[in-house]
Design a binder for this molecule. Structure first.
Ligand code: NAP
Length: 305
Protein backbone atom coordinates (compact mmCIF):
# COMPACT_ATOMS: atom_id res chain seq x y z
CA UNK A 1 0.00 0.00 0.00
CA UNK A 2 1.23 3.53 -0.78
CA UNK A 3 2.61 5.42 2.22
CA UNK A 4 0.34 7.97 3.88
CA UNK A 5 3.07 9.48 6.08
CA UNK A 6 3.26 13.29 6.22
CA UNK A 7 6.05 15.10 8.04
CA UNK A 8 5.06 18.55 9.37
CA UNK A 9 7.69 21.07 10.51
CA UNK A 10 5.98 23.21 13.18
CA UNK A 11 3.17 20.64 13.40
CA UNK A 12 2.61 21.69 17.03
CA UNK A 13 1.52 25.23 16.12
CA UNK A 14 -1.80 26.80 15.13
CA UNK A 15 -1.64 26.00 11.40
CA UNK A 16 0.47 22.83 11.69
CA UNK A 17 -1.74 21.42 14.46
CA UNK A 18 -4.92 22.03 12.45
CA UNK A 19 -3.30 20.47 9.42
CA UNK A 20 -2.28 17.42 11.47
CA UNK A 21 -5.88 17.01 12.72
CA UNK A 22 -7.28 17.31 9.19
CA UNK A 23 -4.80 14.86 7.66
CA UNK A 24 -5.24 12.36 10.51
CA UNK A 25 -9.01 12.48 9.99
CA UNK A 26 -8.37 11.62 6.31
CA UNK A 27 -6.30 8.56 7.20
CA UNK A 28 -2.76 10.00 6.96
CA UNK A 29 -0.02 9.27 9.51
CA UNK A 30 1.35 12.53 10.79
CA UNK A 31 4.79 13.07 12.30
CA UNK A 32 5.87 16.51 13.55
CA UNK A 33 9.31 18.07 13.62
CA UNK A 34 9.38 20.14 16.81
CA UNK A 35 11.72 21.43 19.46
CA UNK A 36 10.05 19.57 22.35
CA UNK A 37 9.73 15.78 22.55
CA UNK A 38 6.26 14.19 22.32
CA UNK A 39 4.77 10.96 20.96
CA UNK A 40 4.40 12.16 17.39
CA UNK A 41 7.43 14.45 17.34
CA UNK A 42 10.97 14.10 16.08
CA UNK A 43 13.55 16.80 16.79
CA UNK A 44 15.27 19.04 14.23
CA UNK A 45 18.58 17.51 15.35
CA UNK A 46 17.31 13.99 14.64
CA UNK A 47 16.11 15.13 11.21
CA UNK A 48 19.55 16.57 10.48
CA UNK A 49 21.38 13.50 11.81
CA UNK A 50 19.21 10.71 10.43
CA UNK A 51 17.58 12.36 7.43
CA UNK A 52 13.99 12.12 6.25
CA UNK A 53 11.92 9.37 7.88
CA UNK A 54 11.54 6.48 5.44
CA UNK A 55 8.44 6.32 3.22
CA UNK A 56 7.35 9.93 3.75
CA UNK A 57 4.70 10.84 1.18
CA UNK A 58 4.82 14.58 1.78
CA UNK A 59 6.69 17.17 3.82
CA UNK A 60 5.10 20.45 4.95
CA UNK A 61 6.74 23.36 6.76
CA UNK A 62 4.58 25.47 9.08
CA UNK A 63 7.38 26.45 11.50
CA UNK A 64 8.21 30.01 12.45
CA UNK A 65 8.65 32.08 15.60
CA UNK A 66 5.57 34.26 16.02
CA UNK A 67 6.54 37.86 15.26
CA UNK A 68 3.33 39.25 16.79
CA UNK A 69 4.39 38.04 20.22
CA UNK A 70 3.77 41.32 22.06
CA UNK A 71 5.86 40.20 25.05
CA UNK A 72 8.97 40.36 22.84
CA UNK A 73 10.57 43.64 21.80
CA UNK A 74 11.55 44.09 18.16
CA UNK A 75 15.29 43.80 18.85
CA UNK A 76 17.95 42.62 16.35
CA UNK A 77 18.13 39.33 18.28
CA UNK A 78 14.39 38.73 18.07
CA UNK A 79 14.33 39.63 14.35
CA UNK A 80 17.12 37.11 13.81
CA UNK A 81 15.05 34.47 15.58
CA UNK A 82 11.99 35.32 13.43
CA UNK A 83 14.16 34.92 10.34
CA UNK A 84 16.12 31.80 11.34
CA UNK A 85 13.08 29.89 12.58
CA UNK A 86 11.65 30.13 9.05
CA UNK A 87 14.72 30.00 6.80
CA UNK A 88 16.73 27.35 8.72
CA UNK A 89 13.77 25.00 9.29
CA UNK A 90 12.86 25.24 5.59
CA UNK A 91 16.52 24.63 4.61
CA UNK A 92 16.75 21.65 6.97
CA UNK A 93 13.65 20.02 5.45
CA UNK A 94 14.76 20.78 1.88
CA UNK A 95 18.20 19.28 2.58
CA UNK A 96 16.64 16.16 4.13
CA UNK A 97 14.51 15.78 0.97
CA UNK A 98 17.37 16.42 -1.46
CA UNK A 99 19.67 13.92 0.23
CA UNK A 100 17.05 11.19 0.67
CA UNK A 101 17.01 8.02 -1.44
CA UNK A 102 13.35 7.60 -0.68
CA UNK A 103 11.91 10.93 -1.79
CA UNK A 104 8.47 12.28 -0.95
CA UNK A 105 6.16 13.41 -3.76
CA UNK A 106 5.82 16.97 -2.57
CA UNK A 107 7.24 19.69 -0.30
CA UNK A 108 4.71 22.32 0.78
CA UNK A 109 5.97 25.47 2.50
CA UNK A 110 3.62 27.98 4.12
CA UNK A 111 5.03 31.50 3.78
CA UNK A 112 3.14 34.80 3.74
CA UNK A 113 1.66 37.53 1.56
CA UNK A 114 4.29 39.78 3.19
CA UNK A 115 6.26 38.67 0.11
CA UNK A 116 4.46 41.49 -1.75
CA UNK A 117 5.21 45.12 -1.04
CA UNK A 118 2.27 46.88 0.70
CA UNK A 119 0.40 49.09 -1.75
CA UNK A 120 -2.96 50.78 -2.13
CA UNK A 121 -2.91 50.51 -5.93
CA UNK A 122 -1.19 47.30 -7.01
CA UNK A 123 -2.98 43.95 -7.37
CA UNK A 124 -0.83 40.91 -6.78
CA UNK A 125 -1.35 37.46 -8.26
CA UNK A 126 1.15 34.64 -8.00
CA UNK A 127 3.17 35.88 -10.97
CA UNK A 128 3.69 39.36 -9.52
CA UNK A 129 7.28 40.13 -8.54
CA UNK A 130 8.38 40.19 -4.91
CA UNK A 131 10.51 43.22 -4.25
CA UNK A 132 12.33 42.35 -1.05
CA UNK A 133 12.33 46.01 0.00
CA UNK A 134 10.85 45.81 3.52
CA UNK A 135 11.71 43.37 6.33
CA UNK A 136 8.89 40.88 5.64
CA UNK A 137 9.34 40.88 1.89
CA UNK A 138 13.12 40.40 2.24
CA UNK A 139 12.54 37.61 4.74
CA UNK A 140 10.04 35.85 2.47
CA UNK A 141 12.37 36.00 -0.53
CA UNK A 142 15.09 34.26 1.50
CA UNK A 143 12.60 31.82 3.09
CA UNK A 144 11.26 30.73 -0.30
CA UNK A 145 14.79 30.43 -1.72
CA UNK A 146 15.60 28.03 1.14
CA UNK A 147 12.75 25.77 -0.02
CA UNK A 148 14.51 24.69 -3.24
CA UNK A 149 14.13 20.96 -3.85
CA UNK A 150 15.33 19.00 -6.85
CA UNK A 151 12.78 17.52 -9.26
CA UNK A 152 10.89 15.23 -9.39
CA UNK A 153 9.79 16.41 -5.92
CA UNK A 154 7.05 18.99 -6.44
CA UNK A 155 7.52 22.28 -4.57
CA UNK A 156 4.38 24.18 -3.55
CA UNK A 157 4.77 27.52 -1.78
CA UNK A 158 1.58 28.83 -0.20
CA UNK A 159 1.76 32.58 0.53
CA UNK A 160 -0.87 32.77 3.24
CA UNK A 161 -2.92 35.79 4.20
CA UNK A 162 -3.97 36.43 7.83
CA UNK A 163 -5.38 33.12 9.02
CA UNK A 164 -8.85 33.31 10.56
CA UNK A 165 -9.19 30.69 13.29
CA UNK A 166 -10.37 30.98 16.90
CA UNK A 167 -7.23 29.73 18.63
CA UNK A 168 -4.33 31.33 16.80
CA UNK A 169 -3.05 34.21 14.70
CA UNK A 170 -4.92 37.48 14.46
CA UNK A 171 -8.22 36.34 16.03
CA UNK A 172 -6.52 34.99 19.16
CA UNK A 173 -4.87 38.40 19.67
CA UNK A 174 -7.96 40.46 18.92
CA UNK A 175 -10.67 38.34 20.49
CA UNK A 176 -10.73 39.82 23.99
CA UNK A 177 -10.75 43.53 23.10
CA UNK A 178 -13.46 42.93 20.49
CA UNK A 179 -15.44 40.71 22.87
CA UNK A 180 -15.31 43.49 25.48
CA UNK A 181 -16.57 46.00 22.90
CA UNK A 182 -13.16 47.72 22.78
CA UNK A 183 -12.31 46.79 19.19
CA UNK A 184 -11.85 49.11 16.26
CA UNK A 185 -10.20 49.53 12.89
CA UNK A 186 -6.46 50.03 12.66
CA UNK A 187 -5.40 53.46 11.43
CA UNK A 188 -7.63 54.58 8.54
CA UNK A 189 -8.87 50.99 8.09
CA UNK A 190 -8.40 51.41 4.34
CA UNK A 191 -5.43 49.05 4.13
CA UNK A 192 -6.17 45.72 2.43
CA UNK A 193 -6.40 42.66 4.62
CA UNK A 194 -5.70 39.45 2.67
CA UNK A 195 -7.27 36.63 4.72
CA UNK A 196 -8.09 32.91 4.67
CA UNK A 197 -10.01 30.70 7.07
CA UNK A 198 -7.86 28.05 8.80
CA UNK A 199 -10.04 25.24 7.37
CA UNK A 200 -9.43 26.51 3.83
CA UNK A 201 -5.69 26.92 4.35
CA UNK A 202 -5.32 23.37 5.65
CA UNK A 203 -7.63 22.04 2.90
CA UNK A 204 -5.46 23.87 0.35
CA UNK A 205 -2.38 22.13 1.77
CA UNK A 206 -4.17 18.76 1.51
CA UNK A 207 -5.22 19.68 -2.06
CA UNK A 208 -1.57 20.46 -2.90
CA UNK A 209 -0.43 17.12 -1.48
CA UNK A 210 -3.04 15.11 -3.37
CA UNK A 211 -3.02 16.81 -6.80
CA UNK A 212 0.06 16.00 -8.82
CA UNK A 213 -0.60 18.93 -11.17
CA UNK A 214 -0.22 21.54 -8.40
CA UNK A 215 3.20 23.15 -8.30
CA UNK A 216 4.84 26.53 -7.66
CA UNK A 217 3.48 29.54 -5.81
CA UNK A 218 -0.14 29.75 -4.64
CA UNK A 219 -1.64 32.78 -2.95
CA UNK A 220 -3.32 31.29 0.13
CA UNK A 221 -6.03 33.94 0.39
CA UNK A 222 -9.81 33.97 0.01
CA UNK A 223 -11.00 35.40 -3.34
CA UNK A 224 -12.94 38.14 -1.51
CA UNK A 225 -10.73 41.21 -1.15
CA UNK A 226 -11.45 43.22 2.02
CA UNK A 227 -9.95 46.09 3.99
CA UNK A 228 -9.15 46.25 7.70
CA UNK A 229 -12.33 48.29 8.15
CA UNK A 230 -14.44 45.58 6.43
CA UNK A 231 -12.92 42.97 8.74
CA UNK A 232 -13.51 45.11 11.84
CA UNK A 233 -17.18 45.56 11.02
CA UNK A 234 -17.66 41.90 10.16
CA UNK A 235 -15.97 40.58 13.32
CA UNK A 236 -17.82 43.05 15.56
CA UNK A 237 -21.14 42.08 13.91
CA UNK A 238 -20.40 38.39 14.43
CA UNK A 239 -19.69 39.03 18.12
CA UNK A 240 -22.66 41.42 18.38
CA UNK A 241 -20.40 44.12 19.81
CA UNK A 242 -19.67 47.73 18.86
CA UNK A 243 -16.21 48.46 17.40
CA UNK A 244 -15.91 52.23 17.58
CA UNK A 245 -12.42 52.63 19.01
CA UNK A 246 -9.90 53.01 16.17
CA UNK A 247 -6.33 52.07 17.04
CA UNK A 248 -4.03 54.93 15.94
CA UNK A 249 -1.23 53.87 13.61
CA UNK A 250 1.27 56.04 15.53
CA UNK A 251 0.48 54.20 18.74
CA UNK A 252 1.14 50.80 17.15
CA UNK A 253 4.34 52.12 15.60
CA UNK A 254 5.49 53.29 19.01
CA UNK A 255 4.49 50.14 20.91
CA UNK A 256 5.53 47.50 18.38
CA UNK A 257 8.07 49.29 16.15
CA UNK A 258 6.93 50.54 12.75
CA UNK A 259 8.79 47.74 10.95
CA UNK A 260 6.69 45.09 12.72
CA UNK A 261 3.48 47.15 13.00
CA UNK A 262 3.31 47.46 9.21
CA UNK A 263 1.87 43.94 9.08
CA UNK A 264 -1.31 45.53 10.52
CA UNK A 265 -1.07 49.14 9.42
CA UNK A 266 -0.38 48.37 5.74
CA UNK A 267 -1.75 45.80 3.34
CA UNK A 268 -1.72 44.26 -0.10
CA UNK A 269 -4.46 43.49 -2.62
CA UNK A 270 -3.74 39.81 -3.23
CA UNK A 271 -5.74 37.47 -5.47
CA UNK A 272 -5.58 33.64 -5.57
CA UNK A 273 -5.47 33.41 -9.38
CA UNK A 274 -3.65 30.08 -9.62
CA UNK A 275 -5.60 28.54 -6.73
CA UNK A 276 -8.86 29.19 -8.61
CA UNK A 277 -7.37 27.98 -11.90
CA UNK A 278 -6.55 24.66 -10.23
CA UNK A 279 -10.24 24.39 -9.28
CA UNK A 280 -9.86 24.63 -5.49
CA UNK A 281 -13.24 25.22 -3.79
CA UNK A 282 -13.33 27.48 -0.73
CA UNK A 283 -15.52 26.59 2.25
CA UNK A 284 -15.30 30.17 3.57
CA UNK A 285 -15.33 32.58 0.63
CA UNK A 286 -17.11 35.33 2.59
CA UNK A 287 -15.55 37.11 5.59
CA UNK A 288 -18.93 37.23 7.40
CA UNK A 289 -19.12 33.41 7.38
CA UNK A 290 -15.51 33.11 8.51
CA UNK A 291 -16.04 35.61 11.35
CA UNK A 292 -19.25 33.88 12.48
CA UNK A 293 -17.36 30.60 12.71
CA UNK A 294 -14.79 32.07 15.15
CA UNK A 295 -17.15 34.26 17.22
CA UNK A 296 -17.37 32.02 20.28
CA UNK A 297 -15.74 32.59 23.64
CA UNK A 298 -15.42 28.97 24.77
CA UNK A 299 -14.04 25.99 22.84
CA UNK A 300 -16.53 24.23 20.55
CA UNK A 301 -16.30 20.51 19.90
CA UNK A 302 -13.56 20.10 17.30
CA UNK A 303 -15.32 19.46 13.95
CA UNK A 304 -12.79 16.76 13.02
CA UNK A 305 -12.86 14.87 16.34
N1 NAP B 1 -1.15 32.59 11.54
C1 NAP B 1 -1.18 33.38 10.47
O1 NAP B 1 -2.09 34.23 10.31
C2 NAP B 1 -0.13 33.23 9.39
C3 NAP B 1 -0.28 33.95 8.20
C4 NAP B 1 0.67 33.83 7.19
C5 NAP B 1 1.79 33.01 7.39
N2 NAP B 1 1.92 32.33 8.56
C6 NAP B 1 3.13 31.51 8.75
O2 NAP B 1 2.79 30.18 9.08
C7 NAP B 1 3.74 29.65 10.01
C8 NAP B 1 2.99 29.06 11.20
O3 NAP B 1 2.18 30.05 11.82
P1 NAP B 1 1.27 29.71 13.08
O4 NAP B 1 0.24 30.78 13.17
O5 NAP B 1 0.85 28.29 13.05
O6 NAP B 1 2.32 29.93 14.26
P2 NAP B 1 2.43 29.24 15.71
O7 NAP B 1 1.11 28.78 16.20
O8 NAP B 1 3.20 30.18 16.56
O9 NAP B 1 3.31 27.94 15.43
C9 NAP B 1 4.62 28.08 15.05
C10 NAP B 1 5.32 26.74 14.99
O10 NAP B 1 6.69 27.00 14.70
C11 NAP B 1 7.54 26.35 15.61
N3 NAP B 1 8.61 27.28 16.02
C12 NAP B 1 8.48 28.46 16.66
N4 NAP B 1 9.69 29.02 16.85
C13 NAP B 1 10.59 28.14 16.33
C14 NAP B 1 12.01 28.14 16.24
N5 NAP B 1 12.73 29.16 16.74
N6 NAP B 1 12.61 27.09 15.62
C15 NAP B 1 11.88 26.05 15.13
N7 NAP B 1 10.53 26.00 15.19
C16 NAP B 1 9.90 27.03 15.78
C17 NAP B 1 6.70 25.93 16.81
O11 NAP B 1 7.04 24.60 17.11
P3 NAP B 1 7.71 24.10 18.49
O12 NAP B 1 7.60 25.23 19.48
O13 NAP B 1 6.87 22.91 18.87
O14 NAP B 1 9.09 23.72 18.12
C18 NAP B 1 5.27 25.96 16.29
O15 NAP B 1 4.83 24.66 15.99
C19 NAP B 1 4.70 30.79 10.37
O16 NAP B 1 5.88 30.67 9.60
C20 NAP B 1 3.96 32.03 9.94
O17 NAP B 1 4.80 33.09 9.54
C21 NAP B 1 1.01 32.42 9.57
Amino acid sequence: MASRKVLIGGGTGFIGGHLGDLLTSKGYNVLNVARMPATNNISWTKLEREGLPKRSLAVVNCAGQQFMDFTKSWTPGFKQNVQNSRVYTTKALAKAINTSNDKPKVFVVVTGVGAYEPSENATYDELSPTTGRDFFSRLTVEWEKAAHVDPPVRLVIIRSGAVIGRWGGMIKNMFLPFYLGLGGRIGSGKQYLPWIHIDDLTRLIQFSIENDAVTGVLNGVAPQVITNDDFTRSFARALKRPAFLPVPETMLNMLLHSERAMIMTKGQHVVPKRVLEYGFKYKYADIDDACKEVAHLLPKKHPLK
